[in-house]
Design a protein. Structure first.
Length: 209
């Protein structure tokens, strides 16, 4: 089997597991014996959990970018993923559940602590809620510049810089914000809605129409 066909099968199997609402790849074993699901991919049997679990380690970042670019190219003629209303951007730390992980520690909100995790970045079309960009290969040293990486990706995929970028105020640095402004890319940061900030907003006078 050629490498290209193998990747399509792996990706198809992962999509089937996601459609079946399996929370993790390790739970995909229950699908492996379903001949009907295998038939949808032209197989006699679906790949096992171990094969799927190592898939992400064998795929390079440039392959993921090509897949995302192809997805955006296919969606835009349908009026989806246009980016005209801007994008919602954010980081999400996915906690590691194994032992001896060669991973950095990141803050995981669900655990309210910093722990070994994979730091991921997502960009979502604001109007359609389509996911148009993702990266799960981010380090602490490079996380501030990831918003620039998304802007570069969108320019390459569509021929234009992205519209309004909306993200948390802690997502990047002032230097990166200046770079976005220099490229003519609009952005909006969201402040943490703590008690002090909410009290300040409540104290503001409501303008008379």
């Amino acid at each position: 089997m050629c490498r290209h066909a193998s990747r399509l099968i792996q990706l198809g199997t992962l999509l089937l597991a996601k459609c079946a609402r399996k929370p993790r790849v390790s739970h995909a074993g229950t699908l492996a014996d379903d001949a009907g699901l295998a038939f949808t991919l032209g197989l006699t049997a679906l790949p096992k959990t171990t094969h799927l679990g190592t898939y992400s380690w064998r795929i390079r970042r440039d392959c993921n970018r090509k897949l995302l670019s192809g997805l955006v190219t296919a969606l835009r003629p349908l009026g989806l993923a246009t980016g005209e209303a801007g994008f919602n951007c954010d980081f999400h730390a996915i906690r590691h559940h194994g032992d001896q992980a060669v991973l950095e520690k990141h803050y995981v909100p669900r655990r309210s602590q910093r722990t070994r995790a994979v730091l991921t970045f997502f960009a979502q079309d604001h109007a359609t809620a389509d996911m148009v960009y993702a990266n799960a290969d981010i380090t602490k040293a490079g996380q501030a510049a990831e918003i620039i990486a998304f802007a570069d990706y969108w320019q390459q995929a569509t021929g234009a810089d992205p519209g309004l970028l909306v993200f948390d105020s802690q997502l990047t640095t002032c230097k990166i914000l200046d770079e976005l402004s220099g490229r003519g890319i609009r952005w909006l940061t969201l402040r943490q809605r703590g008690k002090t900030e909410l009290a300040r907003l409540d104290g503001l006078q409501t303008p008379i129409p």
